[in-house]
Design a protein around this ligand. Structure first.
Ligand code: NAG
Ligand code: NAG
Ligand code: NAG
Ligand code: NAG
Length: 275
């Protein structure tokens, strides 16, 4: 009894020490999983594409510093979403999503990662076989002319999702390395299908109408997607923004683009903002 609790204590101590050693403010050595890519040499886009793919695989395995501040990558917990859309033909809606869980990102395939030599922003083509959002919703308004009000569980499942991710960054210097400060993220999406289910629509007043309304949204998924597009785009942009901000404050840009200029070289000597 004594012995086993002693060894348990030692085990916990070892885990604690390991965590203390592993969690760093930022990397000072290139992680072994990243290939060496140089933007002023041929084959950069191919190299960069592999590099970002490796990064995603590592996120799925778990990068300690990201796990600590963001949590697991797949399924991931996403911040509550408060959404309001007025004066739109297809949807006038106020929706609150809580307990939001998004799954599918571990199957991400990076199709292309381009980096601009002008401002070092990125353009990334990404494919996800399936992205699914589960949440508790509270909703009031109209979608496709159907008045909705209810609260309950919602899922939205998007199949064959093509994402074009446009990222703007501002380079800054830390500890002799060049880092990316992600300043804006925009996404464009294409998909082959959207499935959805809103439980307890109309607060359970009519199961039959709720069922046929869900059926209608699924039969007319393109219209449903168009109606909720701002909400879906915002959710995907927020996810990428949060993850990329954390990753690129942690891992120097030099480890992705070895010959990236310093902020001084790129912006000129008199630019001391973001230092
Ligand atoms: C692209 O990069 C991968 C991995 O770095 C390499 O194996 C492959 O040969 C490259 N392809 C081309 C066309 O350069
Ligand atoms: C969403 O939350 C806000 C703030 O908590 C609240 O004012 C609003 O009524 C909620 N919307 C719905 C549809 O419940
Ligand atoms: C979506 O499809 C359109 C039309 O085929 C294409 O022009 C656009 O590049 C695609 N966007 C993405 C993100 O795949
Ligand atoms: C990153 O940019 C934001 C503004 O977009 C700024 O407030 C912040 O200080 C910057 N961080 C670093 C480390 O440069």
């Amino acid at each position: 009894m004594m012995k086993s609790s002693f060894s348990l204590g030692c085990g916990l101590l070892a885990v604690w020490l390991l965590n203390a050693v592993v969690a760093v403010e930022y990397y000072t050595q290139k992680p072994a999983f990243l290939p060496s890519c140089r933007i002023y040499e041929p084959g950069f886009t191919n190299c960069s594409t592999h590099s970002i793919q490796k990064l995603l695989e590592q996120l799925t395995i778990g990068i300690p510093e990201i796990l600590e501040s963001y949590g697991p990558f797949d399924p991931m917990n996403v911040r509550n979403i408060y959404f309001k859309q007025d004066n739109n033909e297809v949807a006038t809606i106020s929706a609150n999503l809580t307990d939001v869980i998004v799954s599918g990102f571990s199957k991400t395939k990076i199709k292309e990662s381009r980096v601009s030599k002008k401002d070092f922003g990125w353009q990334t083509k990404i494919y996800l076989p399936k992205m699914r959002l589960d949440a508790t919703y509270q909703m009031a308004g109209r979608i496709l002319l159907i008045p909705l009000s209810g609260t309950g569980h919602i899922f939205i499942e998007i199949e064959d999702l093509d994402i074009l991710l446009l990222t703007k960054t501002r380079l800054y210097e830390k500890g002799g390395f060049t880092f990316d400060n992600v300043t804006s993220v925009r996404v464009m999406l294409n998909m082959s299908r959207v499935r959805t289910q809103l439980d307890n629509l109309f607060n359970g007043r009519s199961e039959e109408v709720a069922r046929s309304t869900n059926q209608f949204f699924n039969d007319n998924w393109r219209d449903f997607y168009e109606a909720l597009k701002p909400l879906i785009l915002q959710t995907v942009e927020d996810i990428f923004y949060e993850i990329m901000s954390k990753v690129f404050h942690l891992i120097p840009a030099n480890f992705f683009v070895e010959d990236i200029p310093t902020p001084q070289q790129l912006y000129g000597k008199n630019t001391y903002e973001n230092k």
